[in-house]
Ligand binder design. Structure first.
Ligand code: NAP
Ligand code: 8YV
Length: 326
């Protein structure tokens, strides 16, 4: 027997706030009285006339639920995020209204860590640049310039949560020296804990950023941190663009004050500063760290199971922490 309430007896509308994985969108329409906010002709009119019918909102980590939207949904009971980051939703505000919030932790950790390590190797060994070199026909004229070795280097991990620890586990196989920085040292971790992002950058050859996004980490990788990383140092960011002072990064890259950067996330996606587009020192990725068939399917499944649990039992399967980091 299906545990999905049928549309006829569903306890309210499910509002789809942003575009989602097609399979998740199909499941929402099939099992619930679902409305796609992006497809209603007049969203303001819809919210005015039907906002009080909405029981749950399903959204992406990128879009979240704005304060204004939350205010327009007086009977909202749950916000279900497709993605582990949820800094786009004010969780404290939601909780004060009695709204529960879920995300999709763990199921994407391996893919994001895989990509972080791939990006680190790419920027240090200059794989993407070498690929361009071959395609441009430059190989016949001269050998590709030497790059930097990865094995044996010192790698700092900024944020040692689920993804940071998965990056550390992978890098253990490369014989690198790992150190990390979090606000609270992680019990049982053998790698040295350093007290600040700047101290970590000072102590490493490559800094891999895996902290949570949001106000608490905005600009954490500042110009001073980039200078501490230095002209032989590399930055990898798979967290959020907001964590890095992007103007300072552009200056550090273009002036050669850091050796290079591999970036999956940007301050104003999908816009990437022209100076980075024109630099051969950077690897640029379009926010794809979790973007594999397997992981996106697992994220969609977990988001759907959260919704299903809420619509049947009024609780969530993977609620975000009671005291969110941001
Ligand atoms: P997590 O388990 O909650 O880990 C977050 C880590 O950040 C914790 O170790 C936390 O430690 C640390 N942190 C928070 N604020 C900090 C600060 N001010 N200084 C230093 N460390 C700080 O989260 P996760 O599952 O690993 O995911 C991490 C982030 O990756 C997500 O929030 C998301 O933004 C990003 N992400 C990106 C992609 C992508 O597609 N590129 C995909 C998935 C996730 P303390 O609390 O002790 O400081
Ligand atoms: C997704 C992410 O690309 O989970 C996150 O926090 O950033 C990524 O997995 C994105 O959020 C999907 O909306």
């Amino acid at each position: 027997m299906s545990t999905f309430p049928t549309p006829a007896n569903a306890p309210g509308t499910v509002l789809q706030v942003s575009a989602l994985l097609p399979a998740l969108e199909r499941a929402l329409s099939e099992h619930y009285r679902a409305v796609r906010l992006t497809e209603v002709p007049d969203p303001a009119a819809y919210l005015r006339d039907h906002g009080s019918e909405v029981a749950a909102a399903v959204t992406s980590a990128r879009t979240g639920v704005s304060d204004a939207l939350m205010d327009a949904l007086p009977r909202l009971g749950a916000i279900v995020h497709f993605g582990v980051g949820y800094e786009t939703t004010d969780v404290v505000r939601a909780r004060a209204r009695g709204i529960d919030v879920s995300n999709t932790p763990d199921v994407l950790t391996d893919c994001v860590a895989d990509l972080a390590v791939g990006a680190l190797i790419d920027v240090m060994r200059r794989l993407s640049a070498a690929d361009r070199y071959v395609r441009e026909g430059a190989w016949a004229a001269a050998p590709f310039p030497l790059a930097d070795r990865v094995s044996g280097k010192r790698v700092g991990i900024l944020g040692l949560g689920r993804i940071g620890r998965a990056v550390a586990r992978r890098l253990d196989g490369f014989g690198v020296d790992i150190a990390y920085c979090t606000r609270t040292p992680v019990p049982g971790v053998r790698h040295p804990h350093l007290p600040s992002a700047e101290a970590l950058a000072e102590a490493c050859d490559a800094l891999v950023v895996t902290v949570a996004g949001g106000g608490g980490t905005r600009g954490l990788v500042s110009g001073a941190v980039l200078d501490a990383l230095g002209p032989r140092g590399y930055l990898v960011n798979v967290a959020r663009g907001s964590v890095v002072d992007e103007a300072a990064l552009v200056a550090a890259v273009t002036e050669g004050r850091i050796a290079g950067a591999a970036l999956d996330v940007f301050a104003d996606e999908p816009n990437v500063p022209r100076a980075l587009l024109e630099s051969d020192r950077v690897v640029l990725l379009p926010h794809i760290a979790s973007a594999t068939h397997e992981t996106r399917a697992a994220m969609g499944d977990l988001a759907l199971r959260n919704l299903q649990r809420f619509m049947t039992e009024g609780t969530l399967l993977t609620p975000v922490p009671r005291h969110p980091a941001h």
